[in-house]
Design a protein around this ligand. Structure first.
Ligand SMILES: [Fe+2]
Length: 196
């Protein structure tokens, strides 16, 4: 399976919404019908495939009434909120102001997918025969999916905010960060769920 796209790191800092906060709905789960597992052969506790996760985020992006009212923007860090927390997968909603980025990171062995619902992002990864730096523009409506070893850096290099939906399976358990140096990616730190 090709390691296609990218996902987002649930950002690292406590949410600090700027907007006067709408009645707080901490991680309001979606209704059961809002997110149906697209893989008919899916067995309980088996991870969803990257393609199934891509379907999850695409279908959710087409139902903005499920999440648009939750979106906040933060100048301190990317804002994020978990929308779905199931045993076998989770879904996050993330907003990005211009200049906000994840840095290179992995997903702790989870598979993932994300889609840009509003705005536009840019994804950096290493690939090709020489593991060179690849830069992809990810406009609204584009979805990316990736396998458990994928490492990328996602950033908002556009002039306006962006909103994205991300699915991971199994749910994220850890995330390592990397620096891109002359010899390649060098692991620099790791974070766990207590940090997001
Ligand atoms: Fe990611």
């Amino acid at each position: 399976m090709s390691l296609d796209l990218a996902s987002e790191t649930p950002p690292h800092s406590p949410n600090a919404p700027l907007a006067p906060a709408a009645p707080h709905r901490p991680n309001t789960p979606l209704t059961p019908n809002a997110l149906h597992t697209p893989n008919a052969l899916h067995t309980p506790n088996a991870p969803l495939t990257p393609n199934a996760l891509r379907t999850v985020v695409r279908e959710l992006a087409e139902q903005p009434e499920q999440w648009i009212h939750l979106v906040r923007l933060s100048t301190e860090e990317r804002w994020y909120q978990r929308l779905v927390a199931e045993d076998d997968h989770e879904v996050w909603l993330i907003s990005w102001l211009p200049g906000q980025s994840t840095g290179f990171h992995d997903h702790g062995g989870s598979r993932g997918a994300f889609t840009v619902a509003l705005g536009e992002l840019e994804e950096l990864s290493l690939g090709g025969p020489d593991q060179g730096l690849l830069i992809r523009r990810i406009p609204a409506g584009t979805a990316r999916a990736f396998g458990p070893e994928y490492v990328h850096d996602v950033r908002n290099t556009a002039s306006g905010p962006a909103v994205t939906l991300h699915a991971y399976s199994p749910p994220l358990s850890s995330m390592a960060h990397y620096d891109l140096r002359a010899g390649g990616l060098v692991r620099t730190s790791e974070e766990g769920p207590e940090q997001w």
